[in-house]
Design a protein around this ligand. Structure first.
Ligand SMILES: [Cu+2]
Length: 155
């Protein structure tokens, strides 16, 4: 009888850690059809410049066409480290939660851009489906404000 009380928290712990590890795995699959995929540098149709300040993206609303491959030039114009990640809001939230829970972990999302203050990097991305795609800086304390939306219109 008493033993079952000990077993339950243990099972809960195992389930909890399993769900964490599976969400780490899923973050690599953040490249779903609806958000698009890393693009071919040879097919870039447009360059869009994004500036990060503490703590927002400028601009934070963009419009692209379905099928279009964009070269994002992202500059960290703030005084803090920032990141940029394209995804569905659900995936971005998952990743932001991971950052909060395990700030010391190095997070391996394939298309995550990490920028030191003053740094500039590029991300080439092809948008495939009509709809909206989100992007954000998933760092703790940034995520609620540092968000943006990309409207993908029919060609
Ligand atoms: Cu940030």
């Amino acid at each position: 009888m008493n033993r079952s009380f000990l077993i339950i928290p243990f099972v809960a712990l195992v389930l909890f850690s399993t769900s964490i590890y599976s969400s780490v795995g899923q973050s690599n699959i953040a490249v779903k059809a609806d958000i698009g995929r890393p693009g071919d540098p040879g097919k870039v149709s447009r360059t869009i410049k994004l500036t990060q300040v503490d703590n927002m993206f400028l601009p934070s609303e963009l419009t692209v066409s379905a099928g279009e491959t964009i070269r994002f030039v992202i500059k960290n114009g703030g005084n803090n480290k920032h990141e940029m990640l394209i995804g569905s809001m659900a995936d971005l939230k998952k990743i932001a939660n991971m950052r909060r829970k395990f700030p010391e972990m190095n997070h391996p999302e394939a298309h995550l851009i990490q920028l030191e203050p003053g740094e500039q990097k590029e991300l080439i991305w092809q948008f495939t489906d009509v709809g909206t795609v989100d992007f954000a800086c998933p760092l703790p304390g940034h995520f609620k404000k540092m968000r943006g939306k990309i409207t993908v219109e029919k060609k």
